[in-house]
Structures are given as structure tokens and as C-alpha cells.
Design a protein around this ligand. Structure first.
Ligand SMILES: [Zn+2]
Ligand SMILES: [Zn+2]
Length: 109
């Protein structure tokens, strides 16, 4: 599956992708960051904590947003986040598999 259009929508804090099959996916920034597929975030290199948990104080959270997104070859998107994290390579297959729309959520069970 390949995207025809990838659009960062800063006003909505979302990344919108239009796929070659006409499907439309909209991902929230926070959701995308949480689903970062890199080894640090998925913990496949151990469960070492790299961030201190200071409790949930949403008003002190820096606004999380992608500074930029770059295509990696023809198969993936690399997102450079405002928190300095940039090792996550979101393959298009992966992005499609985590599409949050009701249709895809249902298909995924
Ligand atoms: Zn990551
Ligand atoms: Zn979908």
C-alpha cells in the first residue's frame, strides 16, 4: 500500500494520509508518537527507562508535533518530533495497519 498524499495538519495536530486505494487515514500526533516503531520505544533493546515519569501534568507537557517528516525510500516515513526523537521509521504498511478509522479498527478486531 502506498500513500498518494501525506499531509501534516498543524491546526488539527494530525497527520493525514490518502492511500492509493482511495482510503483516508488521519492520525493524531500523540498517537503516532506513542506508536513509534523504533527499538527504543518498543523496548526490544531492553526495558531501560530513558525518560523520567513525573506524573500526568498535561499542562506542563511540551506541545508534541512533528518538526518534519521525510520519505525513506519508497516504503516509509521518518518523523522528526519536537521532543528530539527521530529514529522512528514508520513504514507505510505499518501506518496503514494502525489506521485509527472505525473501518480499519473493526477489521483489526
Ligand atoms: Zn521511537
Ligand atoms: Zn482506515
Amino acid at each position: 500500500m502506498t500513500p498518494v498524499k501525506i499531509k501534516l495538519e498543524a491546526g488539527n495536530d494530525t497527520l493525514a494520509i490518502e492511500w492509493s486505494d482511495g482510503h483516508h487515514s488521519v492520525y493524531g500526533y500523540r498517537e503516532l508518537r506513542d506508536r513509534c516503531p523504533c527499538s527504543t520505544c518498543t523496548g526490544s533493546e531492553g526495558t531501560q527507562a530513558t525518560e523520567q515519569t513525573t506524573g500526568k501534568l498535561p499542562m506542563f507537557q511540551t506541545a508534541l508535533r512533528p518538526l518534519r517528516a521525510e520519505l525513506v525510500g519508497r516504503y516509509a516515513l521518518q518523523i522528526f518530533w519536537s521532543d528530539g526523537h527521530s529514529t522512528g521509521i514508520y513504514s507505510f504498511d505499518y501506518l496503514r495497519s494502525i489506521c485509527p478509522c472505525p473501518e480499519c479498527s473493526r477489521a483489526a478486531g
